[in-house]
Design a protein around this ligand. Sequence first.
Ligand SMILES: [Zn+2]
Length: 341
Amino acid sequence: MPVPRPILVADDPRFDGHQSSRPHPERPERLAAARAGLKAALPPERRRDLTLRKASDEAIERVHRPGYAGALRGALAQGSGDLDPDTYFCPETGESTWLAAGAAADLADALVRDPGERAIALLRPPGHHARPGTPMGFCLINNVAVAAAAARASGLARVAIVDWDVHHGNGTQEIFEADDSVLFVSLHQHPFYPGTGSPRETGKGAGRGATVNVGFPAGTGSEAYGEAFRRVVLPRLTAFDPELVLVSAGYDAHERDPLAGLSLEAATFGAMATALDDFCGESRSLGFFLEGGYDLQALEGSVAATTRALTGEARVELPEGEPSAREREAIEATLAAHRQP
Ligand SMILES: [Zn+2]
């Protein structure tokens, strides 16, 4: 038997410094729950911790507008406040934000260096709503986009981002929608915050076809996600043939989540992680970047299920049951949008 590869982990106690003075769903306790899930599922001898560094302005401005890093530093220098109605900051926010983005860039480099690697990044603040020129929706810097751009800068030709957070990854889409070197596939509740993510959004210009949105109605369950993986996500990945797969791994599509209305279980995330792990095999690296997930019990169980898929302790088949008519319509709408010339 070959010795199993270690799993790279990006985490840092300094992520806990980012904290609102008011009750807010994006809170440090989330990481405590995610850490507990990771610890329960990842034997210490399989864990390799990345040393975290702050992101360079260059790494940030590959995906954000020129001057964004300086402008954000200036805004955060106010001490504490709100960058938009959802996005608070405190004196420690800058350090957490720059470390999260730096971890994303460094993790991407590690994944590129050694094809076949697996990584889990427990990052705060999350990133996928952060737009090219503005923070949004609890997000200040788009971590997964920074990682994808770092991988491209290291020489990869094609990178895929799968976003299974319950909210559409509007920031990530906007950053890469005209770029045919980054495939963006999002499964989310729709219509829902942030309002984007219609199946008809398929990319722009040279990037047409490289943005794939599956927007599910409230109440959607595991069977629909199994079907979407079989009919949309895996075929699109196969056709695109990425050299690296990154996941915007939010866990707020879980049935317990207080912010959203879908009905996934921890095992559904394990199944999706297993499917992506199988797709990547030994030749492609795979990295998971924490986004949302606001029920602590759901977050702990779902991070554990994701991790067990990577260690091989619990490989879960994609759910096989029959989706509802409305769930199937959502999948058909995505397939139809991508059949059009
Ligand atoms: Zn979310």
